[in-house]
Design a protein around this ligand. Structure first.
Ligand code: NAD
Length: 424
C-alpha cells in the first residue's frame, strides 16, 4: 500500500512550515499550476484582536484572539476555536490549512479555518469564560456567519462555548442564527451523533483498511492514546467490532491488560478519578510503553507530535489510525512508511467530526432534524467513499495514504480555485 511518500522537513519546524511543506509535496506530484500553488500556500485572511474582559475581581485582562481563514473556494470557512495559553498564530494558520484539506477529502462544501484565544481556561471561572467568549465572538463577528465562517469546539471549548457564540451573534442580528456554529447543544439546534462522530468515523476507516490489509478485526489487539471524546468513542466502537483494547494511555499514565481492558470499568475510573489509571483488572505500565505494546492497531487520539523518530521503530502495530490532528512527526512518518506500517492520515481518519458538523449545519438551515440512524448511515457512506477514493489514489500513484489524501484534497481545492478564477 505504501511505496513512496512525502520527504517533509524536520518536525522542529513551525506547524505552518510543516503544513506548507506537506502541501508542496502534493502540489509537486499534481504538477499544480504555479499561480494556484501561490494562492493556496498562504491563508486567505488572518484577523488578530486584542480585547478587554472584566474579571470576577473587577480587574481587566486584555486577551489576544486569532481567526484564520485558509481557503473559501469550496464554500464557507469551517474550523474549531481553541483556548490555550501556548497557542500561536502560526499554529492557527497550520490548523486552518489542514481544515481545508480535511473538508476536501470528505467532499463537504467548506473551506478551512481555525480560531484561538490565548488564555488559560483552567484558571478562569465560568462567568469569565462566558464574558471572554462573547467578546471574542463580537470581535470576530465581521467574519462569522452561516454563509461565511462557522466555528466549532476544539481544545478547551465545548458545546456551551458554541451556545454563547450562537447567542451573541443572534443578539446582534435580532433573531436566532443556529447555523453560525456547530457542536451546539441539541436544545438549540445541535445534531444527534455529533459527540461520537469522530470516533465513529475513525472506526469506519479502520474497517475499510482492515479489509485491504486482510486483518480480521475480531480478536485484533488495539492500543489507544487518549481516552477523551475521540479515544473513548474509538475504543467503544472497535470493541463493538470485536477488537480487544489491550492498552490505553491518557495524560496521567498508561494501563495494560493482555486479555483486553473492560471499557466500562475504564469509563467509570475516568469518571470517578479523571483518569483511566487504576482501572480494575489492569496493570500500570510506563507511559511510553504504550507505543511498544504488542498490538495490531494503534490509535493516537490525544495531542500532536506523539509518534516520533524516538518511538517509531518500537511500534508493533500494522495499522495506525490517526484520531488526533498531527500525531505523527514527519521523521516518524518516513520511518513507519519504510517499515511497511499503514497510516490512515488525520485529514481522512478524524474527518467524521467535521462531517457531522456539516450535517448539523444542513439541518439548521432546513430547520428539519434527522434521526441518529440517518446520521450514522450518511456518515458511513461519506467516510467509506473518502477512504476508497484515497486508496484508489494511493494505488494509482504508488504513494502512501497520507500523500494520496493530500493529493485528492489539494487537487479538488485547486480545481475549485482555477474554475472560479481570479477576482477582479
Ligand atoms: P479530549 O480533551 O476529549 O481528550 C484528550 C485525551 O488525551 C484525554 O484522555 C487526555 O488525558 C489525553 N492526553 C492529553 N495529553 C496527553 C499526553 N501528553 N499523553 C497522553 N495522553 C494525553 O480531546 P478530543 O476531543 O478527544 O481530541 C483528541 C484529539 O483529536 C485532538 O488532537 C483533536 O484535535 C483531535 N480531533 C478531535 C475531534 C473531535 O471531534 N473531538 C475531531 C477531529 C480531531
Amino acid at each position: 500500500m505504501s511505496t513512496s511518500g512525502p520527504e517533509v522537513g524536520s518536525s522542529s519546524e513551525s506547524p505552518f512550515a510543516i503544513a506548507q511543506t506537506q502541501f508542496e509535496v502534493a502540489a509537486d506530484r499534481l504538477r499544480l499550476n504555479p499561480s494556484v500553488r501561490a494562492v493556496l500556500r498562504q491563508p486567505r485572511r488572518e484577523l488578530t484582536v486584542h480585547f478587554p474582559v472584566e474579571m470576577d475581581d473587577g480587574t481587566v485582562t486584555v486577551f489576544t484572539g486569532h481567526r484564520v481563514q485558509h481557503s473559501l473556494h469550496r464554500g464557507p470557512a469551517k474550523g474549531g476555536i481553541r483556548y490555550h495559553p501556548d497557542v500561536t498564530l502560526d499554529e492557527v494558520k497550520a490548523l486552518a490549512m489542514w481544515m481545508t484539506w480535511k473538508c476536501s477529502v470528505v467532499r463537504i462544501p467548506y473551506g478551512g479555518a481555525k480560531g484561538a484565544v490565548i488564555c488559560n481556561p483552567k484558571e478562569m471561572s465560568l462567568r469569565e469564560l462566558e464574558r471572554m467568549t462573547r467578546r471574542y465572538a463580537t470581535e470576530m463577528a465581521i467574519l462569522l456567519g452561516p454563509d461565511s465562517d462557522i466555528p466549532a469546539p476544539d481544545l478547551n471549548t465545548n458545546a456551551q462555548t458554541m451556545a454563547w457564540i450562537m447567542d451573541t451573534i443572534s443578539m446582534h442580528q435580532g433573531y436566532s442564527v443556529p447555523g453560525v456554529v456547530t457542536g451546539k447543544p441539541i436544545a438549540i439546534g445541535g445534531s444527534e451523533g455529533r459527540q461520537d462522530a469522530t470516533g465513529r468515523g475513525l472506526v469506519y476507516c479502520v474497517q475499510e483498511a482492515a479489509k485491504a490489509l486482510k486483518l480480521d478485526l475480531r480478536g485484533s489487539r488495539v492500543a489507544i492514546q487518549g481516552f477523551g471524546n475521540v479515544g473513548e468513542a474509538a475504543a467503544r466502537f472497535l470493541g463493538e467490532a470485536g477488537a480487544k483494547v489491550v492498552a490505553i494511555g491518557d495524560s496521567e499514565g498508561t494501563v495494560y491488560r493482555a486479555d483486553g481492558i473492560d471499557l466500562a470499568l475504564a469509563r467509570r475510573q475516568r469518571q470517578e478519578t479523571g483518569s483511566i489509571v487504576g482501572t480494575p483488572r489492569t496493570e500500570r505500565i510506563a507511559r511510553d510503553a504504550l507505543f511498544e505494546v504488542d498490538c495490531d492497531i494503534l490509535v493516537p487520539a490525544a495531542i500532536e507530535g506523539q509518534i516520533t523518530a524516538r518511538n517509531a521503530h518500537q511500534i508493533r502495530a500494522k495499522l495506525i489510525a490517526e484520531g488526533a490532528n498531527g500525531p505523527t512527526t514527519p521523521e516518524a512518518d518516513t520511518i513507519l512508511r519504510e517499515r511497511g506500517v499503514t497510516i490512515i492520515p488525520d485529514i481522512l481518519c478524524n474527518a467524521g467530526g467535521v462531517t457531522v458538523s456539516y450535517f448539523e449545519w444542513v439541518q439548521d438551515r432546513e430547520a428539519f432534524f434527522w434521526t441518529l440512524e440517518e446520521i450514522n448511515a450518511r456518515l458511513r457512506r461519506i467516510m467509506t467513499r473518502a477512504f476508497d477514493d484515497t486508496m484508489h489514489m494511493s494505488r494509482e500513484h504508488e504513494v502512501d495514504l497520507r500523500t494520496a489524501a493530500y493529493m485528492l484534497a489539494v487537487g479538488r481545492v485547486a480545481e475549485a480555485t482555477l474554475t472560479r478564477g481570479i477576482y477582479p
